[in-house]
Design a protein around this ligand. Structure first.
Ligand code: ADP
Ligand code: MG
Length: 243
């Protein structure tokens, strides 16, 4: 039984997200191209031919996985910082991941409140996607995904819990380190690095608690911004009651 906590500050890594992507995607594309060129050889035994095709496809899948970890919500227009309703954003990401959850018989349970934080919408959604996708992938034989929102002093707390494979202390330590993955060729080891960078850019923190074969809890804390516009106290009260 191991429990550890880490914080977003730990990872002060590298530059801007967008700059990393072409670099990350180019490697698997080049590798895939190389194996396809090898296929041109005459007299290549069938076994070799099959192996090269398998590797080329694997590399293409890797390029796709990297794009998923970085760019699922990217749009052509430059992003701006706006007021985000975390309930709406979480629901959007759950909709996208529901088919993946269904494939592994993962039940999704939520308790969400419409609190507001400041950030770039695409990045915030990407961050939620990467955390929630990991939670689902940790439960290949089914389980419970629980997403819970509450207020913790002046912070919004988003807690994402799974009943999956869990992590050892050493694995938690390495979380967010580029290319650290336990998923073999299916993993990129980039998802959590992206998460840490986004949370950091939103002045938030992240805490992870995990127990092997029991599950993992990821707690994201983000500064709350007021949901209601500043008005006179009487109208303000009415609005709160209406809400
Ligand atoms: P990837 O998902 O491509 O492996 P990530 O950076 O998203 O890369 O995650 C890195 C590693 O952290 C995973 O391979 C896994 O070992 C571990 N991990 C992350 N989230 C969880 C979780 N909810 N439960 C168990 N292990 C996790
Ligand atoms: Mg991942």
């Amino acid at each position: 039984v191991r429990k550890r906590i880490i914080r977003a500050e730990k990872m002060e890594v590298v530059s801007h997200l967008a700059a990393s992507i072409s670099h990350e995607v180019r490697n698997p594309l080049t590798a895939s191209r190389g194996f396809m060129q090898l296929l041109e050889q005459h007299h290549l035994p069938l076994e070799k031919r099959k192996e090269y095709i398998r590797i080329a496809v694997e590399e293409l899948d890797r390029a796709e996985a990297i794009i998923t970890d970085y760019l699922t919500f990217a749009k052509p227009a430059p992003e701006c910082v706006e007021k985000l309703n975390i309930k709406t954003e979480i629901e959007r990401v759950i909709d996208i991941l529901r088919p993946l959850a269904n494939m592994s018989s993962v039940e999704i349970q939520t308790s969400l409140i419409p609190l507001h934080v400041k950030g770039e919408r695409d990045k915030f959604q990407q961050c939620l996607l990467n955390i929630i996708k990991n939670a689902i992938e940790a439960m290949p034989n089914g389980g419970l995904l629980d997403i819970y929102v509450s207020l913790d002093k002046n912070n919004v707390l988003i807690r994402i819990s799974d009943t999956g494979v869990g992590m050892t202390g050493e694995q938690i330590e390495r979380l967010g380190e580029p290319y650290f993955t336990t998923k073999g060729t299916k993993g990129t080891g980039l998802g959590m690095m992206v998460v840490y960078r986004i949370i950091e850019s939103m002045n938030g923190t992240i805490k992870i608690t995990s127990e092997v074969n029991k599950g993992t809890q990821v707690c994201v804390y983000l500064p709350l911004i007021q949901s209601l516009p500043r008005t006179s106290s009487s109208t303000r009260k009415e609005k709160i009651l209406a809400y």
